[in-house]
Design a protein around this ligand. Structure first.
Ligand code: GTP
Ligand code: MG
Length: 351
């Protein structure tokens, strides 16, 4: 769900509605729109100031994630006497050693209290516990401030899945009725721009590309912001080149991109894309990127078939950064918004 400013032009006079009718009928309805006036106009000494901000609530379609990734606990036998195997599996699934110990201890306490003995009961205890531990109130993408276009800056190491995630997210938002512009600030390789262009076409979004090869990525980001404002976009998503977290020069470049964007608009989200198969190195990446780019959320990719879902837990637990998006394949629909309960059910493999 997201809130966008009500577009005056989008509420045409009745005659215009009639003219547009055939097209409207042909479209599949994917979003329900409810108009809300957020604040009453304030009347100060007889003068009405300012205009109320009318926001349109856009309900986005739900995605079911739990089928998309491998359960990590399907291979062990759940038994009250033998919960130590669980600890090993948790460690293998990248929960981290300390967290694994804590979780097993908590499962034991809760199982005893509830009298849970069977495999199904123990799995339910674990699912409940993981859901509680992973639930946060800042898991949703920040698309509700009304400061439009919402700018999402996407960062991460090489090959993490940045461009693919942008394509999926863009398509999702466009399906929900949003106008999206993509900024190709990965200017190192012509192929990177082409890849984003393909996603722009697939997702019906606009793209702002470098005018010359190797153009300063900050300049492209600046132009993308200008264009997104001018074309009335709801969301601008900026792709950046992959960079290793220990390459200082490249990391500084991210700081520059940030500053340039913020000259024109606030940044709603800095999404760090992490490949879930990277293991504990993902933690190192998250720390470094947070320092230079003030990461506000994680998009965790390649959870399909990785059995490493515990990294979600570790990142939130140790770094206190919310995991917001999850990638479960290479296809345009293979992603979802992180949902703690759905995720816990997927990991444990049973309700
Ligand atoms: N299985 C799977 N593959 C993914 C997922 N996300 C991305 N990929 C694949 O990972 C590879 C790299 O993805 P990109 O989106 O190009 O990664 P990037 O971070 O933009 O890479 P650079 O721009 O080179 O730094 C591609 O082959 C994608 O199809 C995912 O959730 N699951
Ligand atoms: Mg890329």
């Amino acid at each position: 769900m997201f809130w966008r400013k009500k577009d005056k032009a989008a509420t045409p006079a009745v005659e215009e509605v009639i003219v547009q009718e055939p097209e409207v009928i042909a479209q599949e309805v994917v979003a329900e729109e409810i108009v809300e006036v957020h604040e009453e106009p304030a009347i100060v000494e007889g003068i009405v100031v300012p205009e109320p901000t009318e926001l349109v609530k856009v309900e986005l379609p739900k995605r079911n994630l739990s089928k998309g990734f491998k359960a990590v606990f399907s291979r062990i036998k759940f038994d009250v006497e033998n919960l130590d195997d669980l600890e090993d599996v948790l460690i293998q699934a990248d929960f981290g050693v300390e967290a694994a110990e804590e979780i097993v201890a908590a499962v034991k306490v809760r199982a005893k209290k509830n009298g849970s003995k069977t495999e199904a009961e123990l799995k339910a205890v674990l699912t409940g516990l993981l859901t509680e531990k992973m639930t946060r109130d800042d898991a949703a993408l920040n698309l509700d401030s009304g400061a439009q276009p919402y700018v999402i800056l996407v960062v991460g190491v090489n090959g993490a899945g940045k461009t693919t995630t942008i394509g999926k997210l863009s398509n999702y938002l466009v399906e929900g009725g949003a106008k999206v512009t993509l900024g190709a600030a990965d200017t190192f390789r012509a192929a990177a721009v082409e890849q984003l262009e393909t996603w722009a076409t697939r997702s019906n979004s606009e793209i702002v590309k470098p005018t010359v090869e190797g153009q300063d990525p900050a300049a492209v980001a600046y132009e993308a912001v200008e264009r997104a404002i001018a074309n009335g976009s709801d969301v601008l998503i900026i792709d950046t080149a992959g960079r290793l977290q220990n390459k200082q020069g490249l990391m500084d470049e991210l700081g520059k991109i940030r500053r340039v964007i913020e000259k024109q608009l606030p940044i709603s989200e800095v999404l760090l894309v992490l490949d879930s198969t990277t293991g504990q190195n993902a933690m190192t990446q998250a720390k470094a990127f947070t320092e230079v780019a003030a990461v506000t959320g994680i998009a965790l990719t390649k959870l399909d078939g990785s059995a490493k879902g515990g990294i979600v837990y570790a990142i939130q637990d140790q770094l206190n950064i919310p995991v917001k998006l999850v990638g479960v394949g290479e296809g345009i629909e293979d992603f979802g918004f992180f949902d703690a309960k759905e995720f816990a059910i997927g990991l444990v493999g049973e309700r």
